[in-house]
Ligand binder design. Structure first.
Ligand SMILES: [Zn+2]
Length: 116
C-alpha cells in the first residue's frame, strides 16, 4: 500500500459516482411508484399491479441498501478503517475491493453472513 494517498482519492471518486448513480435510480423508482399510487384504489385487486409494485419496492430496497453501503464505505475512507472487515477486523483484500469497492466484510465473513 505505498500509493495509498492516490488510491484513496480514486476510490472516493468511484464511490461518489456510484452514490450519484444509485440516488438517481432510487429517485426514478420513487417517481414511478408515486405515479402508480395516484391511480385509483383498486390496485390491491390487480395481481399484476401488485406484483409490479412489489418488484419495484424490492428493487428500491436493494438500491437503498447499496446506497447505505456506499455511504458507509465513504465514512470508512474518512476515518481510515476502509478495507478492514467490519466483523473480524482483517483486511478485506484488494481483489475483492476492486470488484466491490464498498464491501464491508471479508469473503469469509460475507459467506458466513449469507449462510445465516
Ligand atoms: Zn471478516
Amino acid at each position: 500500500m505505498t500509493r495509498k494517498g492516490s488510491s484513496v482519492a480514486a476510490l472516493r471518486r468511484q464511490l461518489e459516482a456510484e452514490r450519484l448513480r444509485l440516488q438517481a435510480e432510487v429517485g426514478r423508482l420513487s417517481i414511478e411508484s408515486g405515479q402508480q399510487i395516484g391511480y385509483g384504489n383498486h390496485m390491491a385487486d390487480d395481481a399484476s399491479d401488485a406484483f409490479e409494485q412489489a418488484k419495484s419496492l424490492a428493487l428500491r430496497r436493494h438500491l437503498e441498501n447499496l446506497l447505505a453501503e456506499v455511504n458507509e464505505a465513504l465514512h470508512r475512507l474518512d476515518d481510515g478503517t476502509y478495507g478492514v472487515c467490519q466483523v473480524c477486523g482483517s483486511a478485506i483484500g484488494a481483489e475483492r475491493l476492486e470488484a466491490l469497492p464498498y464491501a464491508s466484510l471479508c469473503l469469509r465473513c460475507k459467506a458466513h453472513a449469507e449462510a445465516r
